[in-house]
Design a protein around this ligand. Structure first.
Ligand SMILES: Nc1ncnc2c1ncn2[C@@H]1O[C@H](COP(=O)(O)OP(=O)(O)OP(=O)(O)O)[C@@H](O)[C@H]1O
Ligand SMILES: [Mg+2]
Length: 366
């Protein structure tokens, strides 16, 4: 269950530069449009200080953090939905992701080419949104065609409902809006889940700014903020250029000092990873043994057997019960044994819904 975030935007806005800082991989970043063609995939660890604190108490042989996959997708251009600039291939790369990191150029630099000749993040965002919306319209249109006859003639309730939802979505897209802002119930959404619509994916906007704007932002950032108000989406201010300088620094202390000098508490990269995690409605539970202290990714709302299934499907199938310690209790009492003695270890059954931060131990038979 490797969750994937795709980095999306116009050509030459700083996607690969950001990707490199995120993944420490060295994707080719250069000052010319369409530098990236094949998507670069990087596995990145999710920073979580709880894991560090648990490990300090347990002193395990290994510490294994959560990971997510980041994909650096090629720049999209006007007409991508019609196949322009390898558009179909790039849009296909986006379809495979679970969430979108939309990079907007918010820095002035006469030396960095802009494909449309000027810096204008709102126009840029609209170009990308429009292409994604057109592609979604195509998919929704196809589904409408498929279910129309059944919806209108037969008594097929599912077809009727699918037809209805698709038409709501179609009208919404036609008014120039992304599916994620449509008012749909969870039940409605099930009728379009199979389409993996691009504009239904959760999104975080990254304003890629110059080095002087990392703390306060700039007028481009203000414009972006105003334009996404309706979407209730997170807007992060990051300078890909500064991030790449941070990534060059060897030690933790050096990086911290660099951040302090800039007036930042945390690197943009680490903010972005955490934002992506929240965006995907993900949570973490831990297993803590002497062999290994490890973070596991769950979707919020998972029951104990589902959470066990993240480790191994056999754990889910043969689930008997789970022993649960709350994170704060573990830190307070210092060990599993001490928690048990203090009555802070609870035994939970199949219905238990896992909370973020739970320390779990599963009992199962296979
Ligand atoms: N915040 C910034 N300030 C100044 N220059 C930047 C900033 N971010 C990126 N750049 C520069 O912009 C250029 C393009 O960056 P990059 O290759 O990452 O773009 P891209 O979006 O991946 O492009 P493509 O779609 O063509 O693959 C590079 O020269 C990079 O150094
Ligand atoms: Mg690139």
């Amino acid at each position: 269950m490797a969750l994937q975030c795709g980095i999306v935007g116009l050509p030459n806005v700083g996607k690969s530069t950001l990707f490199n800082c995120l993944s420490n991989a060295k994707a080719q970043a250069a000052n010319f449009p369409f530098c990236t063609i094949e998507p670069n995939v990087g596995v990145i660890t999710v920073p979580d200080e709880r894991l560090t604190k648990l490990a300090e108490l347990v002193l395990p042989n290994r510490i294994v953090p959560n990971t997510i996959e980041i994909v650096d997708i090629a720049g999209l251009v006007k007409g991508a939905s019609k196949g322009e600039g390898l558009g179909n291939q790039f849009l296909g790369n986006i379809r495979a992701t679970d969430a979108i990191i939309h990079v907007l150029r918010c820095f002035d630099d006469g030396n960095v080419i802009h494909v449309d000749g000027s810096v204008d993040p709102i126009r840029d965002k609209e170009i990308i949104d429009t292409e994604l919306q057109l592609k979604d319209l195509e998919a929704v249109g196809k589904k409408i065609q498929k279910v129309e006859k059944m919806a209108k003639t037969g008594g097929d309730k599912d077809a009727k409902k699918a037809y209805e939802v698709c038409n709501i979505v179609k009208a919404h897209l036609e008014s120039g809006k992304s599916v994620r802002t449509a008012l749909l119930s969870d039940e409605d959404k099930e009728y379009i889940d199979d389409l993996f619509l691009l504009t239904a994916k959760p999104v975080v906007y990254v304003c890629n700014v110059d080095e002087n704007s990392v703390t306060a932002g700039n007028h481009y950032v203000d414009l972006v903020r105003a334009s996404v108000k309706e979407e209730d989406a997170e807007v992060l201010i990051i300078s890909a250029k500064i991030e790449s300088e941070i990534a060059e620094l060897e030690s933790y202390e050096e990086r911290q000092e660099f951040l302090n000098d800039l007036g930042l508490k945390e690197s943009g990269v680490s903010q972005l990873i955490q934002a992506a995690y929240k965006l995907l409605k993900l949570g973490t539970y831990f297993t803590a043994g002497v062999q290994e202290v490890r973070a596991w990714t769950i979707t919020m709302g998972y029951t104990a057997p589902q959470a066990a299934g993240v480790i191994h499907t056999d754990f889910e199938k043969g689930f008997i019960r789970a022993e649960v310690i709350k994170y704060d209790d573990f830190i307070k009492y210092g060990s599993e044994a001490a928690c048990k003695e203090a009555g802070k270890l609870s035994v939970e059954g199949k219905q238990y819904v896992v909370s973020d931060g739970d320390i779990m131990h599963f009992r199962f038979n296979v």
